[in-house]
Design a protein around this ligand. Structure first.
Ligand code: RUQ
Ligand code: CUA
Length: 624
């Protein structure tokens, strides 16, 4: 513990420590001199750690690690245990390196927004295990995207979903990827566009929890249904599994329905809630026509449709909620506490059956805390998120303590702790939220990193620390650094993911694709010009595209290579056009040729010894 925290401790009680600790953790972290090694203390520990993380040249990592990029709008791919950065997948933000957001299709998919705040990646599941097909990611503007792990590309951005404001409680998939779930962090009068004064917040503002339907074959997302809720701030979620399959859980803060300075007004009550949603019952109610159309989607009102949602009282301002691999326990962490609560799913069911309620919130029954909790585990200060191992072990991140606690489900005993540098948020264990976690590796996704790498100025990279969890004691193996802003990540066994090497020619269904240089050329219809372009080592055909100023120019580029990694680009100077085509891929870009002159285009991706020769000219003849 650093001096600052010690002095706060001597001032007063737990609440003061926790609140101050949250502030300290955020604004004035422990200095670089403190706990520099943080786990690997001796020379031999360092040697063992080096051996365990060293992936020799030519060898491959054991796991893919998909980390959210926060408001960078991207998803970062790392290998574990090397922690090497392998790829950046652009999702909600244009990314010039892959030409994402420049061609017609991806530009349309971004829908005019150039950022998104990504928090929680969710790998698709079959029977509660990662199946390596897709990964879904949420972002705060009410959208969720699907990335295909066949080519590591964003294939669909769904939303903004009606009625949702601040899509934080997302993406969480159900055990057979029937749905990817979302929940509103900020309540608003719904449907969107409706206005109500802020002093009517408690009654006229609404939250929603949302089931986005996923097509089991294609992964295509579509509107499912929603449940209207009181104006709580929904936070994190997790789907039930095995015995609790069919249920969905979300934490909330601000059960007070307060407005104004929430850090004070929303922390008045001792308990907030975890919502437990019987999503199969909700699905059935929608099929029976019990939903109303609000904002263009089917919305269930729990007052009119009882039996779909219940509230579990949970410690003040809970953050994470995580369901154990067997589905028996729902772990809810009140971030202003020193304990995390294990709720027993069976007891939740019994309480529902016996109507063991302590009250209701707008018609939603509140279960009795004492009837449904199994244990309050004294994990440490500021518990946020929990991940699981294969042996009944649970790992909880402690923001205020800046540590990870290891504890046992069932005996509720805390068996080990390891410090993190600094201020851990999420954590991610290998397959750690499936029905069969692997153990082995755990990554702490920390909010701060300074003093543990070469300084790069006031804005430091974020720290991700790799921890060995294969033995009784946790051991720090490696410090890695990521771009802001890491939230959650998921780690999947590498052999579950089967990426392709090239886009097979026969799968290219783009009507503008051409595969022979002699089909390349420029055609015109009025002021619309179509240029069909072939990219192949080491020529762009045609070498010149002639148009008139004011023409609408559509350039369709096909990379006809069938060799892996033989990418070609099309960078058009002064027109802000930057396209990259993978082998076998066709991309189309449409623009107005409004500037007269001669504009070189060239290949941006190094492709051969004669890459530099891969160039041409757009000639825009001036008007009149
Ligand atoms: S949150 S540090 Cu956006 Cu997932 Cu917990
Ligand atoms: Cu094609 Cu460089």
């Amino acid at each position: 513990m650093n001096d600052r925290k010690k002095s706060i401790l001597s001032w007063g009680g737990l609440a003061a420590l926790v609140v101050a600790g949250l502030l300290v953790g955020r604004c004035a972290p422990s200095g670089p001199k403190a706990a520099k090694k943080g786990g690997a203390e001796t020379k031999s520990d360092v040697a063992v750690a080096a051996m365990k993380t060293y992936v020799a040249p030519g060898d491959l990592d054991e796991y893919y690690f998909f980390a959210s990029g926060g408001h960078s709008g991207q998803l970062y791919v790392y290998g574990v245990p090397s922690m090497r950065h392998l790829a950046t997948i652009p999702v909600f933000t244009p990314y010039p390196a892959t030409g994402y957001g420049f061609d017609d299709e991806t530009k349309a998919m971004l829908g005019g927004l150039t950022w998104g705040d990504v928090h929680h990646p969710a790998l698709s599941e079959t029977n509660g295990d990662y199946d390596g097909r897709w990964i879904f990611v949420n972002e705060m503007n009410g959208r969720v995207a699907r990335i295909d792990l066949r080519d590591f590309k964003t294939k669909q951005i769904f939303g903004p979903v009606p009625n949702v404001s601040g899509n934080h409680g997302s993406s969480f998939v159900t055990p057979n990827t029937e749905y990817t779930m979302m929940a509103s962090r900020f309540s608003i009068p719904i449907p969107k566009g409706k206005v109500a004064p802020i002093d009517k917040y408690a009654s006229d503002y609404k939250g929603v929890v949302v089931a986005v339907k996923v097509d089991p074959k294609s992964g295509e997302m579509s509107n499912g249904w929603q449940i209207m809720t009181p104006p709580f701030n929904w936070d994190l979620g997790d789907a039930g599994k095995k015995v609790s399959d069919g249920w969905m859980f979300w934490t909330c803060y601000n059960a007070e329905r307060a407005t104004g300075k929430l850090e004070v007004t929303s922390a008045q009550r001792d308990r907030d809630y975890i919502a437990a949603i019987d999503w199969r019952a909700a699905e059935k109610a929608v099929a029976e026509g019990k939903a109303d159309m609000v904002g263009g989607v089917k919305v269930l009102d729990p007052k009119k449709v009882p039996g779909i949602i219940y509230l579990l009282p949970c410690g003040k301002s809970p953050h994470g909620v995580d369901v154990s691999p067997d589905g028996k326990y729902i772990i809810g962490s009140g971030k202003l506490q020193g304990v995390t609560t294990a709720f027993n799913f069976e007891k939740v069911q019994t309480a529902i059956k016996n109507k063991d309620f302590s009250g209701d919130e707008d018609g939603i029954p509140v279960l009795k805390y004492e009837s449904i909790k199994d244990a309050e585990v004294a994990v440490g200060l500021g518990p946020l998120h929990t991940q699981f191992g294969p042996d009944g072990m649970a790992y909880t991140s402690l923001f205020v303590d800046s540590a990870i606690a290891k504890w046992k489900l069932g005996t509720w005993e805390v068996v080990d702790k390891i410090p993190m540098s600094y201020s851990i948020g999420h954590l991610c264990a290998a397959e750690g939220d499936t029905v069969s976690p692997d153990g082995k590796y755990l990554v702490g996704l920390n909010k701060l990193s300074h003093g543990r790498h070469l300084s790069v100025g006031p804005s430091q990279p974020e720290s991700s620390q790799l921890v060995d969890i294969s033995e009784e004691k946790m051991k720090l193996l490696y410090d890695a650094f990521t771009e802001p802003e890491p939230h959650y990540a998921q780690m999947v066994k590498a052999d579950k993911v089967k990426p392709i090497e090239v886009y097979p020619k026969e799968e290219n269904k783009n009507p503008l694709a051409i595969w022979d240089i002699k089909d390349a050329g420029v055609t015109r219809q009025g002021t619309n010009v179509l240029a069909k372009v072939v990219l192949v080592r080491s020529t762009i055909t045609p070498q010149a595209i002639e148009v008139n100023q004011g023409d609408t120019v559509k350039v369709a580029l096909t990379n006809i290579e069938q060799t892996t990694d033989e990418l070609h680009g099309f960078g058009l100077l002064d027109y802000n056009i930057n396209i990259v085509c993978d082998p076998g891929e066709t991309k189309v870009v449409t623009f107005k040729a409004d500037k007269p002159g001669v504009f070189p285009y060239y290949c941006t991706n190094f492709c051969s010894a004669l890459h530099q020769e891969m160039q041409g000219y757009l000639i825009v003849k001036p008007k009149g």
